[in-house]
Ligand binder design. Sequence first.
Ligand code: F6P
Length: 320
Amino acid sequence: MKRIAVLTSGGDAPGMNAAIRAVVRKALYEGMEVFGINYGYAGLVAGDIRQLHHNDVGDMISRGGTFLYSARYPEFATEEGQLKGIEQLKKFGIEGLVVIGGDGSYRGALALTKHGYPTIGLPGTIDNDIPGTDFCIGFDTAINTVLDSLDKIRDTATSHVRTFIVEVMGRNAGDIALWAGVSGGAEQIIIPEKEFDMAEVATKITEGREKGKKHTIIVLAEGVMNGNKFAEELYKFGDYHARVTVLGHVQRGGSPTARDRVLASQFGARAVDYLKEGKGGLCLGIVNNEIIASDIIDTLEKGSHRPNVALYKLNQEISN
Ligand code: F6P
């Protein structure tokens, strides 16, 4: 292929700019032309497409967000939207596409693949909930952002001998809660993948106090329930006046960590390698520390995301 395009879609994730940069720089290195599509699939359908040059991605590796902008665009689930998108790509003479995003973005890439259009998916979401990879672009930065907040909350929690419930993002996945919780030394981690019993949560708080703990930090994944509701439910089991912190969209922003920048660079460059050879219908991942490509149809239709639930058990053993 000689002419390719790149778009970012769905919730933004730190490191998306680093991935776009890698796609652009590697394509230019290989003598290809590269186009950027603004606002994800919405921009694709509208034909909001422009050629990208070397300097368009200068100063981008350290920036959070996505300079191509992003959008959630449910209309791309329709065949009409998909065919319109392909028509726009053909109009610009674009032979292959790199899609950087999460779950919804991958479904769009899958649809394009099924229409025979060469597409490569790169996993970019703080939720880390994409099948075919151990880690997604943006996850490492997000957990470090949460960790920073947990360390600060611990200071005030200890001073006042308080219990804190910290609600984190992740949609239906518990990865952010697990990794941030373990690294932040949270007393308890509540995730959708593991059932919990509120009476046990309460007992553990009491046991911690009896052991001399000055704080209790409970990291709660949003996929379980919201933090205020959790605090209300907990109060039914005794005089537990838990403070609630909802970290929200702060988890999506910020300069990407070194790990996210490297991962994004590896994925972006590898995607160009495949498109150069005329190969599409793939999604990239990092599995056991190796960059791999798998068939996007198989991965999405048969695979599922598996969080590292061993971390859950580890936390129970070492943190209360
Ligand atoms: O998928 C990323 C994510 O931040 C989720 O963790 C969260 O549930 C959702 O997006 C929030 O979506 P929005 O930014 O559209 O409110």
